[in-house]
Ligand binder design. Structure first.
Ligand SMILES: NC(=O)c1ccc[n+]([C@@H]2O[C@H](COP(=O)([O-])OP(=O)(O)OC[C@H]3O[C@@H](n4cnc5c(N)ncnc54)[C@H](OP(=O)(O)O)[C@@H]3O)[C@@H](O)[C@H]2O)c1
Length: 299
């Protein structure tokens, strides 16, 4: 039987990035030195897409809105050479208490504040974190275009957008949307059916899969469907791998060539995730995972 196609690098607009990306939601380690070691380990392993957001730091031990960007900014100030090794991505548009504001003034201010915290003059990818349903896409497009014209952002991406929301924004943008960042894992297979992955393949943009280990639920099994745990463990036993490796390989196996943005704060687990990219799953295996995740036998 055919092995499902998998690539180890991906195209993200003009950039080539590793299929495993380093996420900074949990980059709240006690010291900048520890965080520097971790970011450097990720880069050394080929995880050159580094994804953060202005809102990161409100939870996971952070000290508040912006604190994960500040931590990354401290790393980049101390070690400017690391900036040249990464494709730096951040997001804006969430304002706790509002909760979403993608009006031109809010997005412009959010991006400028992110650059200050990150201690950089531009980011490579700027993403609207969540759709503001009360912002006209033409306004959002105008703000993003202006940020690009000012040289503050390299490329434009969106996150947690439906396929229709992506299309509506793209219709008002001369620049291409290069990525959509939505939740996708063996425990959250919605993008297989809601048009997210189909649209990525239609337009050739990158699908950035957040929480590819379901925020740790896959390795721990906490809150996971029993059928899914059993299916992943069965495949893992057959392949001499572990459950997390199989789950990451599942995400990477989709023909849209997703990037899995992992969140571990341990270098040895980043290494294991990168090794997972080498596992090629059979069609029968990916469909066993889909059926276990959805709890429904496919006809
Ligand atoms: N756009 C959005 O709305 C959105 C939302 C959520 C996340 N994200 C992005 O996605 C990134 C990843 O999210 P995530 O942190 O939820 O990803 P994840 O990789 O699904 O989960 C990581 C969590 O699982 C834990 N874990 C436990 N056992 C593990 C094992 N064997 N291997 C690896 N991890 C294990 C990790 O703990 P240890 O640190 O102890 O290993 C960590 O707390 C974020 O940093 C962010 O960039 C985006």
């Amino acid at each position: 039987m055919d092995s499902v196609r998998r690539m180890t690098t991906r195209t993200l607009g003009p950039f080539t990035v590793g299929s495993i990306a380093f996420g900074c939601w949990r980059l709240t380690t006690p010291s900048t030195e520890e965080a520097t070691t971790l970011v450097e380990a990720a880069l050394d392993l080929g995880c050159n897409l580094v994804d953060t957001a202005d809102v990161y730091g409100l939870d996971w031990g952070g000290t508040g809105f912006g604190s994960c960007e500040e931590r990354l900014g401290a790393i980049l100030s101390a070690r400017p050479g690391l900036r040249t090794r990464m494709v730096l991505a951040t997001k804006g548009g969430i304002i706790p208490g509002v909760p979403y504001d993608s009006s031109p003034s809010a997005i412009t201010a959010a991006c400028e504040a992110s650059l200050r915290r990150l201690c950089v003059d531009h980011v490579d990818l700027y993403q609207i974190h969540r759709p503001d349903m009360f912002a006209h896409p033409a306004e959002v497009a105008g703000a993003l275009t202006s940020l690009h014209e000012r040289g503050l952002i390299g490329c434009i991406g969106v996150s947690n957008h439906s396929a229709a929301q992506v299309s509506a924004l793209q219709a008002h943008l001369a620049l291409p949307i290069v990525s959509v960042q939505n939740e996708f894992s063996a425990a959250h297979v919605t993008p297989l059916r809601d048009g997210t992955l189909d649209q990525a393949m239609q337009h050739g943009f990158a699908m950035l899969a957040w929480s590819p280990l379901a925020r740790g639920a896959i390795p721990t099994g906490d809150g996971l469907r029993v059928e899914l745990t059993e299916a992943l463990d069965r495949i893992a036993a057959d392949r001499g791998a572990d459950r997390s490796t199989v789950a990451l390989a599942f995400v990477l196996s989709h023909p849209s060539a997703p990037v899995a943005i992992i969140g571990t704060q341990r270098a040895e687990r980043i290494r294991a995730a990168v090794a997972a990219a080498a596992l090629r799953l059979e069609r029968s295996e990916v469909y066993a995972i889909v059926q276990a995740a959805e709890g429904v036998r496919l006809p």
